[in-house]
Each structure stands twice: as C-alpha cells, then as structure tokens.
Design a protein around this ligand. Structure first.
Ligand SMILES: [Zn+2]
Length: 215
C-alpha cells in the first residue's frame, strides 16, 4: 500500500469561481429568466407542458454548472508517494465529459486524455476524471479548459511534465451557425518534458491514439 500524503491546501484556502452569495440571483429569479427565454422563443410558459420547465432548467443548471462550487485542487490533494521507482508516463485516456460553451451556452461533448510523468508521487485515476468534471461543469471554451486542467496538475503534482488533449464537438457549431455535424475540435497543452522532448510527446500521442485502432 502506498502512503497517502496530503499536499495542496485546505478547501477554504482558494476561492471558487462562483459569484459571491450576495450577487447570486435567487432560484425564482433564475426560473423567471427561463420563462422570459421561452416567451422570447415564441411559446407560452404558462401552457401545461411548459409549466414545470423553469424549475427543471434551474435544477439542470445546478448539475451542469456544479463546477463553480468546487475547488479543482482539492481532488489532487491526496497523492501516493510509494511508487516503487515508477518514473514512466501515466496516461488516462477517453475521460468523457459534458460542458457548455461560454459563447452560446450550448453543450460541448467530448473526451479528455491526460498524461503525466510523476516525480515520486501519483494521484488516483478517478481524481483525474473528477478534475476534468470540475472544469467541464463551468462555462468554457475548449482551449481554456485544456490549459486549466494541465496547469492545475502541473502546479499541484509538480511532475516532470503534463500533457492534456481534448477532443470535443460543439453543439453551437453542429446544430446552428455553420451546421457542420461531424466537426471535432482538438486542443492540446503540453508542459515540461512533453513540450521539450518530441519522443515523449510522440509516446503520449500514440498511447491515446491506440484507442482508435482497437475494435
Ligand atoms: Zn459556442
């Protein structure tokens, strides 16, 4: 069993991105805003089929945007430092996520792949997936989300390097605007040895590409 080491900081130390409670509209403000959007779309928010919709949308927002109430570094605060000399790449691929673009509030559906080369300590793999979720459950642009995940891992774990690749489809592009249904956007952020050494970057990219050739 590896020894568990607490690093990072207490949950209170870092302020989450959520607006202060005093600035936050009430639930009924939010529901009224949904009624306004329904009227703007051309429908009647008081008709039977829509009467429960504002409350459902408010609850959905609580789930879709729960990342504002969470501090991503908390998920990396427990690490295992007994790695028996393991100093090769750790890769977690195909972490599915759902996010929303900050330009249209439209869904972004995708997968993230994370690699890092530990410096004496590793983090549980489920924590990497949770880290992706915290950033995904905020209003995002894909480039920012990619950089945020990489920089959080880099600053907390201080590994030899971090690589993050995200592939996603943006419904603001597939269902409206240019209507390109099969377009996927790929972004990557490489830090440390992944940025400096071509072979390391190649090794990571082939590890995440393996998925595509498997049945
Ligand atoms: Zn958009």
């Amino acid at each position: 069993m590896g020894k568990i080491v607490a690093i990072g900081q207490s949950p209170k130390a870092k302020t989450a991105a959520r607006a202060p409670a005093t600035d936050r509209p009430s639930r009924s403000d939010a529901e009224n805003a949904v009624r306004t959007l329904i009227r703007w779309a051309g429908d009647n928010p008081n008709r039977q089929g829509l009467s429960g919709t504002p409350a459902r949308v408010a609850r959905a927002y609580e789930e879709w945007f729960s990342g504002y109430g969470e501090e991503p570094r908390d998920y990396l605060s427990r690490t295992f430092d007994e790695v028996a000399g393991y100093d090769e790449m750790v890769v977690l691929r195909d972490i599915s996520f759902e996010s929303h673009c900050e330009h249209h509030l439209a869904p972004i559906i995708g997968r993230a792949h994370i690699g890092y080369i530990p410096r004496n300590r590793v983090v549980g793999i489920s924590k990497l997936a949770r880290l992706v979720d915290v950033y995904a459950r905020r209003l995002q642009i894909q480039e920012k989300m990619t950089a945020e995940i990489a920089s959080c891992l880099d600053s907390v774990l201080k590994p030899f390097g971090v690589a993050v690749v995200i592939e996603a489809s943006h419904q603001c592009m597939t269902t409206r605007g240019v209507h390109k249904s099969s377009v996927t956007m790929v972004t990557s952020q490489m830090l440390g040895v992944f940025r400096k050494r071509l072979e390391t970057r190649q090794e990571f990219l082939s590890a995440i590409n393996l998925r595509a050739v498997q049945p």
